[in-house]
Ligand binder design. Structure first.
Ligand SMILES: Nc1ncnc2c1ncn2[C@@H]1O[C@H](COP(=O)(O)OP(=O)(O)O)[C@@H](O)[C@H]1O
Ligand SMILES: CC(=O)N[C@@H](CCC(=O)OP(=O)(O)O)C(=O)O
Length: 303
């Protein structure tokens, strides 16, 4: 039996048309050996096809010599599960108020179904992913988040009690680096371990920022369900300086779940990352478009 000959000329033309040879190679060379932390938001997970493409992109990043580290969210998925269990949930400034019953569900959804789903998809795509929550190996130590807010009527500062919402106090970057050195792709669920063994629900953007700092990431990307940061007329803002971003939070243009993203990006660039970018996770292969094309996508936050 003879197999059909491969038309190499056609394949070469296709590669060239796809711009792979001309456009992406210099970027691939530039980022080789660099660590990129990708925050994969619950809204960006979309359907199965999109999730498989995301997984394939992670494998490709590794194959061109980069070190991808994934930190995932799952807010909408937690919301659905809480609804099924008739547990009410509310958000303050983009953070879920988390009581004991809620934190149990948060951990179950994030460290269970979502984490293992991403790990399975990356392994299916030919990579070697390993799933961890912040509890595994003591990866993310956390403490109760202290938040205050000035009451606009009385002008008095109030302490907000968000329950088991945590903030990272220490991320063990050496653990992640040792996994990466063994060609593994770490996939991290944003659950923190408290000093008394408590389970903390950490906003995934915040957890991703702390992970990026701990592994000295040169690139930090957040995938969400909008094109990037939008102005008051809902137009994409391609680039923001730190002072501009702060001003947009102060005047209310940036609100809700976009606030922790921006705060985390500011920390990442102030902490020395080459760049932090918020991109549309609903676009197929968005990560590759951002990293390996000259126009990139989304909103860049610069120092
Ligand atoms: N200025 C803004 N530009 C873009 N999105 C914004 C802005 N202000 C608030 N948002 C909201 O932030 C959301 C993204 O945050 P979030 O829902 O927490 O996403 P994820 O699950 O990806 O973390 C957007 O869907 C949008 O509703
Ligand atoms: C404290 C807090 O708000 N935790 C988040 C954790 C998941 C998350 O951040 O998921 P996304 O990135 O998909 O929004 C929550 O309970 O929804």
């Amino acid at each position: 039996m003879t197999s059909k000959p491969i038309d190499l000329k056609r394949r070469a033309e296709w590669l060239s048309k796809a711009g792979i040879l001309t456009e992406a190679l210099p970027f691939m060379r530039r980022y080789s050996g660099k660590t990129v932390v990708i925050k994969y938001g619950g809204h960006a997970m979309g359907d199965n096809d999109l999730a498989l493409k995301f997984a394939a992109d992670m494998v490709l990043l590794q194959q061109v010599g980069m070190n991808p580290v994934v930190v995932h969210g799952g807010g909408p998925q937690i919301g659905k599960m809480l609804e099924r269990l008739a547990i009410k949930s509310e958000f303050i400034d983009g953070l879920r108020v988390t009581d004991q019953a809620t934190v149990e569900i948060v951990e179950m959804v994030l460290s269970g179904a979502i984490n293992k789903g991403i790990v399975a998809a990356i392994n299916q795509a030919g990579g070697r992913a390993i799933g961890l929550s912040g509890k595994d190996g003591g990866l993310i130590r956390a403490e109760k988040l202290r938040r205050t807010k000035v009451d606009p009527d009385s002008n008095i500062e109030k302490v907000l009690d968000l329950g088991f919402v945590g903030e990272p106090t220490k991320v063990d970057g050496s653990l992640l680096k040792s996994l990466v050195s063994q060609n593994l792709i770490p996939v991290v669920a944003p659950i923190g371990l408290g000093a008394e063994g408590e389970t903390f629900n950490i906003n995934a953007d915040t957890a991703a920022g702390a992970v990026a700092a701990a592994v000295d990431a040169s690139r930090f990307m957040l995938l969400t369900d909008v094109e990037g940061v939008l102005d008051k007329d809902r137009r994409l803002i391609p680039e923001l300086t730190v002072p501009q971003a702060r001003a947009l939070i102060a005047d209310g243009t940036i609100s809700g779940g976009m606030i922790p993203k921006i705060e985390t990006c500011i920390e990442a660039v102030e902490g020395g990352a080459e760049g932090a970018v918020i991109i549309d996770g609903r676009v197929q292969h968005g990560v590759l478009l951002e990293l390996f094309t000259s126009h990139g996508m989304g909103t860049w936050i610069r120092g």
